[in-house]
Structures are given as structure tokens and as C-alpha cells.
Write a protein that binds this ligand. Sequence first.
Ligand SMILES: [Zn+2]
Length: 221
Amino acid sequence: MAQLFFKYGTMNSGKSIELLKTAHNYREQGKEVIIMTSALDTRDGVGTVASRIGLSEDAIAINADDNLVDVIYKNAQDKDKPSCVLVDEAQFLSKSNVHDLCRIVDYYNMPVICYGLKTDFRGELFEGSEALLKYADKLEEIKTVCANPTCQRKATMNARLVDGKQVTDGEQVIIGDEEYTSLCRFHWKLGRLKTAVMKDVDNKNTPVEEIVGRIAKASSK
Ligand SMILES: [Zn+2]
């Protein structure tokens, strides 16, 4: 029986390279795959899965209200029945997209492997990730290490940086100039506390000792 997989990880954990590797392995065995990605993610142009080490492939760009069963059927018409469906940026799927993927697995017996983030920079689940955590047959974490140079913990959180500083609120998705980094929970929380404390420090003459004291006090709560 085919299964629905959700392989999740933080930013820069190598999710896209895993997807491209899986596609390559299927094709080496003479099997067709269908690659899809969210139309929301325009970093590399609509309809591309690109890894940070330079490999990339065209993908079908999908929208929240697309019927994915139709999309897959249309794209499979000229080919053999695809052996697998691969979905990048799966956090941006809508709940209804995920239900379509369940139908593809259950009624067409086609495995679907989704790759994406679990949570946003605020630590909240994305719509697609929440649905996949509920409905996927298999969950797998793609691991990476905390970006803090002194830390060896596993990165499980995503931090949004603006001008190098971690921000704690804002829209869930911005396609712009902001950057992201992946941190362990400890460093992610510490960054949020620092931001919260610094908001209160409006007087530039506040002694550094006092700021450090406030951060230590906030983090011990
Ligand atoms: Zn850390």
C-alpha cells in the first residue's frame, strides 16, 4: 500500500536536495516522478525546486485552491503512471491540497512524499504542516545543527532576521529581503527574549549590565 510521507526540517536542513536525490533514484530505475512546489515560493522563479548547493529542477507550481488529483492526472497523461509524487515547500499547502494528496495515496495507490517546514518563525504550525502532521502515514525529521557557532544542539526552530536581529512578530509569510536561520529551541527562545527586552530599552544610555541583567531575569522565568 502506498503511503503519505511528511519529511520536515528547519530552513537550510537540506530538504530540497533530499527531494532531488529521491527523484534521481526513481528515474535511475526507469520510473516516472511528478515534482510539485508551492506557487507561493518565488525565490527561484515559479515552479522550481532549487537546493542551496546549486542543483535545481522544474516543478509544477501549485496553488492553495488547485485540485491536486486533476493536476497530477493532467501531468501524467503523456507518461507512464508516475511511481511517486514529490512535493517541496509543503508547509504552504492548504488543508484541501493535503486532502487531495491523501486521495492520491488511498485511491490511486501512489506514494506522496512532502518536504517542508514544521513551524514558522514564531513557532506556530503552517496550515500545510498541521494537516500533514495529522494525516501523514509516516513522519521523518531531516536534521541539522543549531546555527549558533558555540552550540551542538539539533536545530528545531526557524528565526526570522531583519538587519541581523531576530524578530518576534509579523506576517507568517513574506517574500522579501528578510533572512532566516535555524536554531535550537534554547537559542531561538533566547533571541526572542533579547528582542523583547531590547524593545523596552529605549534609552540608549541604559547600562549594558542592566540590559544583561534584564535578559537573565527574563530567561529564568
Ligand atoms: Zn543552539
